[in-house]
Design a protein around this ligand. Structure first.
Ligand code: TGC
Ligand code: FAD
Length: 394
């Protein structure tokens, strides 16, 4: 085998993983990459610094117009894309910023997915087309101030009053909460945990924004307050038990397996470029062995993570992806992505802490990604249980 007869080594795709993608996959990726490059990258540092995304509703509509909202769902105005295409979309969005990928994850994989999976036909007709178009933003309220990793203990209650439901409780750390037109809220009932669709503006419901975040600053994060919120009987979703919300989390966690690699890729690329141009001791720092070792290790973990995401995507498309396999992917890829960003930060020296470069922003964002959708420890315990047969959660 002569190296000259082989395809050239591509630093942006050293393993040739793009060979696994169809022309349609590549077209989806290019569309999202271009949208993020045009609409997010020029403003993201400003949004992150101010902690505001003033254009969020317009961005949601644009994401709807490129088919990115609920994109792997069928019908109701959704794109019906493959799991791999949804994953590529998450990766491109998160290469811009985790906050923008979060907007899309919560909209499509959590709020829309919950309605698509557990909603009545009437609920689907009412909400899904508008959500797919980005005209209505959704949020997903599972976490509470005292119940994060252990949602089984949630205190939010829904009680029957005639045919109505009356909800009381609080949800915490809810992405999109203050801008949502509809909140999917999970609450305890006499029959176990159930999901409810709460339209914004319902008396007793409010969603104050959480400020002073040091991570995911280009994302709206809110508290949900439910004070005797009265809802008609047909507001409930048709599922009982924790398998309702946890089933939705699978889909969002899968998207994060890809998304995290987007943040890592952007940081790696920034470090590689910097290493080629920054001169110390009369030579580019990329010429020092210690910098090359960092770049090589980052590239290995980045592209292993991308390969893993592809593998899981193909299993999901084939209907063969288990929740434990999603935990495997989320655990590995987010953990490695944050290490890649931290290492990239060192290569940029002092510039690494500046918002002029993306790496510190990505590293800070990934602190949230490491925690939400199941912490590192939760995914270790899911895998630990699958490996040993022993439940170590309690
Ligand atoms: P456990 O007894 O194991 O299960 C209760 C029921 O749920 C079923 N189940 C699942 N079903 C589908 N998919 C999964 N991954 C499932 N995991 C469990 C299970 O079969 C059982 O069903 P049934 O019918 O037998 O009753 O429940 P547990 O209380 O022991 O908890 C297990 C544990 C710890 C893994 C679970 O509570 C968990 O995943 N905790 C982490 C919580 C979490 O991830 N929260 C995320 C909130 S949403 C969010 O963070 C959005 S951020 C989005 C963004 O901005 O991008
Ligand atoms: P805790 O559960 O209190 O955990 C604290 C620490 O203890 C963690 O390290 C945890 O792993 C560890 N721990 C807990 N139990 C065990 C155990 N049995 N064994 C070992 N270690 C353990 N939630 C939503 O419902 N919807 C959203 O849209 C949403 N968006 C979010 C956006 C952001 C920016 C953030 C930061 C969070 C968001 N969350 C959302 C909440 C997120 O899902 C929770 O923060 C997460 O599930 C962890 O819960 P917690 O913060 O209460 O931590």
């Amino acid at each position: 085998m002569s190296a000259s007869s082989l395809p050239a080594f591509d630093p942006s795709d050293p393993l040739g993983v793009d060979d696994l993608l169809s022309p349609e996959d590549l077209a989806v990726r290019d569309t999202v990459r271009q949208w993020a490059g045009d609409r997010v990258l020029p403003r993201i540092a400003e949004w992150f610094e101010s902690g505001e995304v003033p254009e969020i509703r317009g961005l949601a509509r644009e994401l709807g117009s490129i088919g990115a909202l609920g994109m792997s769902l069928d019908g109701y105005g959704c794109a019906g894309a493959s799991a791999v295409q949804y994953g590529l979309t998450c990766m491109e969005l998160e290469a811009a910023d985790s906050g923008i990928r979060s907007l899309v994850s919560v909209q499509g994989s959590l709020a829309m997915y919950a309605i698509h999976r557990w909603g009545s036909e009437e609920q689907k007709q009412r909400w899904l087309p508008a959500m797919a178009a980005g005209e209505v933003i959704g949020c997903f309220g599972l976490t509470e101030p005292d119940h994060g990793s252990d949602p089984a203990g949630m205190r939010t209650r829904a009680r029957r009053d005639g045919t109505d439901w009356v909800l009381t409780g609080r949800k915490m750390w809810i992405t999109n909460g203050s801008v949502a037109g509809v909140a999917v809220v999970w609450a305890q009932t006499e029959d176990g945990v159930r999901g409810f669709l709460v339209p914004a503006g319902t008396p007793g419901f409010s969603a104050p924004e959480i400020r002073h975040k040091m991570s995911l600053r280009a994302s709206v994060t809110s508290e949900l307050i439910l004070d005797e919120v009265r809802l008609p009987a047909d507001s409930a979703l048709e599922v009982q038990g924790l398998r309702g919300p946890l089933g939705c989390l699978n889909h969002a966690r899968y998207g994060i397996v890809w998304g995290a690699m987007g943040a890592a890729r952007a940081s790696f690329e920034a470090a590689l470029e910097y290493a080629g141009s920054r001169v110390q001791f009369d030579r580019p720092i990329g010429g020092f062995q210690l910098t090359q070792a960092k770049l090589a290790d980052m590239a290995v973990e980045l592209h292993k993570g991308v390969l893993l995401a592809h593998h899981l995507g193909r299993r999901l498309d084939a209907g063969r992806l288990r929740p434990e396999q999603i935990s495997f992917g989320k655990l590995n890829n987010v953990r490695e992505a944050i290490e890649i960003c931290r290492t990239a930060r060192t290569i940029l020296g002092a510039n690494g802490i500046s918002l002029e470069y993306p790496v510190m922003r990505h590293a800070a964002n990934l602190e949230s990604v490491l925690t939400y959708e199941g912490t590192v420890e939760m995914h270790q315990l899911v895998l630990g249980k699958a490996l040993t047969g022993l439940d170590a959660f309690r």
